[in-house]
Design a protein around this ligand. Sequence first.
Ligand SMILES: Nc1ncnc2c1ncn2[C@@H]1O[C@H](COP(=O)(O)OP(=O)(O)OP(=O)(O)O)[C@@H](O)[C@H]1O
Ligand SMILES: CC(=O)N[C@H]1[C@@H]2OC[C@@H](O2)[C@@H](O)[C@@H]1O[C@H](C)C(=O)O
Length: 397
Amino acid sequence: MNPSIAKLAEIAQKDQRLIIGLMSGTSLDGLDIALCKIQGNGNQSKIELLAFETMDYKPEFRTWVRKIFAQRNIDQQVLCGLNPYIAEVHAALILEALEKWNMQAIEIDAIASHGQTVFHAPQSLTHDTSLPNSTLQLGDGDHLAVRTGIICLSDFRQKHLAAGGEGAPLAAYGDYLLFSSETENRILLNIGGISNFTFLPALGSPLKAYATDLGPGNTMMNQYMEKHFQVEMDKDAETAKKGQINPDLLNELENEAFLGLNFPKTTGPELFNLAYLDQALENISSKNLSHEVIMATLNAFSAKTMVKGIQKATAGLENLKIYVSGGGLHNPLLMEQLKSEFPGRVDSFEALGLNPDAKEACLFAVLANETLAGNPQSVSNIKDSPAVCMGKISLPY
Ligand SMILES: Nc1ncnc2c1ncn2[C@@H]1O[C@H](COP(=O)(O)OP(=O)(O)OP(=O)(O)O)[C@@H](O)[C@H]1O
Ligand SMILES: CC(=O)N[C@H]1[C@@H]2OC[C@@H](O2)[C@@H](O)[C@@H]1O[C@H](C)C(=O)O
């Protein structure tokens, strides 16, 4: 037998696995690397985060990815080259993290790699039913396996698409297995570039769990700050706090069919971007709004989209808590608006015992754990999301 396959069989039979989960999000700030000890599988899974790092990307990495990121017209040579390039960069960062943690590659059972999303194209975006829902994550798994010597599971979203989903959000699976409560109805809200939540009804309730994207999280604010102030973000909402919300612009921004679609649904910066803002400004014929007013309005647009989505999902439900993760948790103006709509119900995801910044990287470790040892039936109760084990397996030798 191929020794790599023997190793794979051995890993699949373990009671406990050490899995490195990787996530690289839309903000392109760095690679999240979570070293997870996972015991058991299915709803018996227990995760312990042994170490976590966000390894910063060099500016040249960002420059390369931005050449094609969320863009319809691109240079195919760049697309082709970025698939191995991203994997090589990620492999080097994993080896660096292992050294920092004083660990050897041989001690790790598997890598669970999300890769870098470069385009997300559900039919709700394309309005073209002649091509299926699709999504593309770069960072080839074989390169990761060969460079690190560790078995790698990657490209998780394709199985979800193949089984009838939109390839996202996958958070429902990990959230459902790890964070469902006997007594509490939970919303696990993640405010990354795009905002999304997982709805976890109290176990035993007739309602079913699901995850959905909502709309913009930080992405439009980040893009605006980058363009006009050459900074990555509106740190602590300092610019937005100086402006007043413009109601006409806010109404116009909210005038998008995607926002009215039922859950679950997915989106990305392919829709919510500066061209979207420019169109809204043109529609209200307002050319002279200050940066502060526009940022205050973009901030309110993100907040209102989240508030309305949560209200729609939880109408009439008692005993509700909202646990927030993602970089938006650090935006005080966004959080203030959420808290004032749901007084006493909003908390940091940290209250559930896991570092919020590590949540998505841990999710992919859990997904890999399910593929290695789980049963798709464990997640068959998730509404409108196929019960499948995801990820392609790459062997180092
Ligand atoms: N102090 C802060 N003030 C305002 N915003 C902040 C602050 N800290 C982080 N953010 C926001 O959070 C973003 C990073 O969030 P996160 O790491 O969750 O995004 P991501 O993982 O790239 O996104 P996604 O999950 O959509 O792929 C930053 O780009 C910024 O917009
Ligand atoms: C296509 C893609 O990369 N989607 C991401 C993105 O970032 C947030 C939101 O949009 C979510 O749908 C998803 O990531 C998380 C981890 C998910 O699949 O649950």
